[in-house]
Design a protein around this ligand. Sequence first.
Ligand code: ADP
Ligand code: MG
Length: 322
Amino acid sequence: MKTKLLASLALGVAAVLVALGLRAPTRDAKHTLRWPVMGTRAQLTVRGDAAAGERLRPVVQAAYARLDGLLSAWNPDSELSRLAAAGCTDWVAAASAEVRPCYAAALRLAAESGNAFNPRVGKALRALGVSGGGAYAAFDLGAIAKGFAVDVAAREIVRTCSPHAPPSLLLDLGGNLRVVGEGTWRTGIRNPFDREGPLVGVLALTNGESVATSGNYERFIERDGVRLSHILDGRTGEPVCGVAAVTVVTPPEDGALLADGLSTTLFVLGPAEGTRFLARHYPRALALWIPDTPEAPRIVATRAMARRLAHALWPMEALPAP
Ligand code: ADP
Ligand code: MG
């Protein structure tokens, strides 16, 4: 009798230990949902609460699908395609209310960057054979549409969860990331010269921050043996050389749209001009460039980015504050 009691007590104690041991890791476990959309991959990662991820997935999915119907360059029935076919000139006025800010942001970035960022590059891209073109030949939203969609999804998550705070989660649409809810998320920057190699560095993101990367390694063309990027200098229509990748972090008030648009703009401008541009127009954004010198890889970063980047794989050069 006594031994039986002792044995069950011992079992009880063992069970408690196992439960505690399991609870610590599961509280922080991440649940990731993935699906294809907008010609890329969408990812929703929720920390801790798997059921919350399943509940929020349709909210995010519906937002992306709706925006794809408005902004897709490939779907001939999208609003963008119909406006392009009709020879639209005043896009901001013609677009439906929800996507008007996306067109307006593209035109604003063009004005601020002296057309280094330029939604009219679509035709030149098509001529070079880098991009299929589609309706982007009339108005190229390729550099900001995904970031815009992430901001819309983030807003809808907050609205859906209200009056409660949303769970800690990370949205990722083709490399455009935004944190929603409390908590810190760590994200790695891939090596543009060796996609499977060790990370170039790690960034910790907190509530509402976004990060985007533009690179010449996923989509490019070769001319005379030189790899040219799918990003053109909007001032000249020529493919940009000299930069392998740019990563930008933006605060909540700037969002994923700007991280996406700025990564493209700063890819064109390069570190020297890019830092002056940021100081003037987006002083809260953080940026780093990886020059296209695989034989001597290095990182060039704004001061705030140099402070934020952890585990830098290569020598890092902090840009002088302008
Ligand atoms: P990705 O979408 O490939 O991750 P980006 O966000 O940098 O990379 O966007 C690249 C896309 O932006 C190109 O495919 C093209 O549609 C468009 N683009 C290229 N050059 C420019 C430019 N100078 N200004 C605006 N958009 C551009
Ligand atoms: Mg971009």
